[in-house]
Design a protein around this ligand. Sequence first.
Ligand SMILES: [Zn+2]
Length: 87
Amino acid sequence: MAGGWARDGAVQDQIDDTVSDAVSAARARMPKGDSAKYCDECGEPIPEKRREALPGVRTCVECQSGRDAATRQLSINRRGSKDSQLR
Ligand SMILES: [Zn+2]
């Protein structure tokens, strides 16, 4: 009985690894050192300081925080579909 719980924990660890791998892969796809002058999302100019601080940045602060929220949502959905595959 206790062994069954330990197994579940191991599966959950694997799922967490898969999710963080996906995040790393998404970050690796971002072009480094090619910052956008204007936000990809809203077209607002991106401040020079932000472009220097974040090489490859494509969005302004406001849109980036929106994107981060969307990414979190995506991770939750992915975890959910993985979970149903295991069943
Ligand atoms: Zn923007």
